[in-house]
Write a protein that binds this ligand. Sequence first.
Ligand code: SAH
Length: 341
Amino acid sequence: MENIYRFTLEKLKKYCIEKGYKPFKAEQIYDWLYRKRVTSFMEMTNIKKEVREILKKDLTFTQLKVLKIEKDKDVHKYLFELIDKSKVEAVLMFHDYGNSLCISTQVGCNMGCTFCESGRLKKVRNLNIEEMVLQYLQIEKLEKKKITHVVLMGIGEPFDNYENVITFIHILNEGKGIGLGSRHITVSTCGIIPKIENFIEDGKQVNLAISLHAPTDELRTKIMPINKAYPLKELMKVLQKYIQKTNRRLTFEYIMLQGVNDTKKCAYELVNLVKNMNCYINLIPYNETSHIDYKKSSSDSILAFYDILKKEHIQVTIRKEFGSKVSAACGQLRANYEEGK
Ligand code: SAH
């Protein structure tokens, strides 16, 4: 038995052909799944009953279990339990431009960023395709609101689960299904260079965000061990290539950690690193967690940092703070749940 939500339209067509049906049947099924959003073959009334009975033997609609929902004014946070009892979270944020869903891509994470709650649990496994598709579908159904943007910034490193993540994006994108536009999808990585190379070759038009968080190798290696394997010079080289090939603007995420990377010196170093690049910097107020010692930068230092970048003609924004009340930083809901809070 295979979960139907792991099928791209192409794969479903192939399956239908193998079963002796026309590929069009796959389009009908896709329409039921992603336009009408039914969750059983019985509801697919324009498909013959005998055929539905046969499909039912191969394909399941198994959903994720919703363990917990925390709601605040502009953010709703979901904790899911997977079949093997692993837990992952997804966060829906209500912006003025739309509703953006932050999706997890792995159970735990091996990247070891020192400030991040998710990484305190080492990677248990990759999420499979349907576990990502279902975060989207189930939340949209429960909320009765359209999700207009998807960001792959939840638990896990998307490029450490490359194949599944790309297929998931493909399913989100499918015009005969969900039909979410590429420009409404953002994948965020800590900077795994070979996978960024693959991503460039695949020519996906989705937005790319890089978790930069420090302007020099010395500092970046201290807070993000991945920088040892893929140092800044090489990272910037591949990112230049990305910009050249795609003609797209790149996003750098920069968490503001008090006294660590929020000094004026850091701001000028950052200017030097990214000047003349088609990019913008998203300054992120750090979401403090009880398990990790970093403190969030004061509003004054964030603004001073912002001003320096602005003055030096770097495009920069300060991310709106979401959900400090609802433990919204990656991995916090899961961590708190496990500790019985
Ligand atoms: N592994 C990917 C995506 C998941 S993390 C990546 O590194 O990009 C998504 C973003 O949230 C990253 O920029 C990450 O550094 C940031 N982040 C992690 N913990 C945070 C916290 N406590 N407060 C604010 N941002 C955090």
